[in-house]
Design a protein around this ligand. Structure first.
Ligand SMILES: CC(C)(COP(=O)(O)OP(=O)(O)OC[C@H]1O[C@@H](n2cnc3c(N)ncnc32)[C@H](O)[C@@H]1OP(=O)(O)O)[C@@H](O)C(=O)NCCC(=O)NCCS
Length: 221
């Protein structure tokens, strides 16, 4: 093949580090293996030095230094974790990275219906299914094997953990956190920055900023 005809890979830098950051790096690697023109360049990390590496990738600076990187670099936010979504979202917003510089990562093994709306900066991991009519807000994260039911809605910064299920018309507010193996029953609403615990099954609406645990899920905090 004529090498000049090949598409130049889009360089992607992840804000974050071990854990969530390396999950995102793996998605980029799998996209590249599947023939997509992307490459994982490195991390921006506020806690580790520039002479260190994360998973073999270089640390290119702190998150505040994003603008010093080349103009063709896209950024992916992997700063999220249970209990700190609101603070991390505020940190990310304060960086004022333009929308067009956000990298959306979609693993090649996902099954996504044609009409699903996906916001910028989202990550959808391996073997996720998004059913018709689903809407995924910007900077959301959907982990391996999760199922986003038909007409379900995820707000910005929402997280859906591995193997979790949102049934049809379920709604997760901004920064809502659906932990691994949790289930949100059809038409239930989860308020912003609420947490549904690992393995919990929610049959009722969940208030903003609350934590629900168990099956049937009960409010814990
Ligand atoms: C909801 C959650 C945040 C609560 O964590 P926490 O506030 O640290 O709570 P603790 O671990 O101190 O547990 C408090 C009590 O609730 C129980 N509990 C905690 N999580 C539970 C769950 N998911 N289901 C049932 N009981 C649970 C604990 O056993 C403990 O019971 P005890 O008081 O009788 O000993 C946590 O359980 C959870 O679901 N985390 C998500 C993990 C995750 O997303 N990991 C990354 C993705 S792989």
């Amino acid at each position: 093949m004529n090498e000049t005809a090949q598409q130049k890979p889009v360089p992607i830098v992840i804000l974050g580090g071990t854990g969530n950051g390396l999950v995102a790096a793996q998605v980029i690697k799998d996209m590249q293996r599947a023939g997509q023109a992307v490459e994982m360049l490195g991390f921006l990390n506020d806690h580790q030095g520039q002479d260190e590496h994360i998973g073999g990738y270089p640390i290119l600076g702190t998150t505040r230094e994003w603008a010093s990187l080349a103009e063709d670099v896209l950024f992916h936010c992997s700063l999220l974790g249970v209990g700190n979504v609101q603070a991390r979202a505020a940190l990310f917003e304060s960086l004022e990275i333009p929308e067009e510089r956000l990298a959306t990562l979609i693993h090649p093994t996902t099954c996504i219906a044609d009409d699903v709306v996906i916001g910028r900066g989202v990550m959808i991991c391996s073997f996720v299914t998004c059913q018709p009519g689903a809407r995924i807000g910007r900077l959301g994260s959907i982990r391996a094997g999760a199922n986003i039911g038909h007409d379900a809605t995820l707000g910005d910064y929402a997280y859906v953990g591995p193997n979790a299920t949102l049934c049809g018309y379920a709604t997760v507010g901004k920064g809502g956190y659906v932990a691994p193996n949790a289930v949100l029953r059809d038409r239930t609403e989860m308020g912003e920055y609420a947490v549904l615990a690992a393995g919990a099954v929610a049959f009722k609406d969940i208030e903003p900023h609350s934590t629900w645990i168990g099956n049937p899920a009960r409010r814990a905090v």
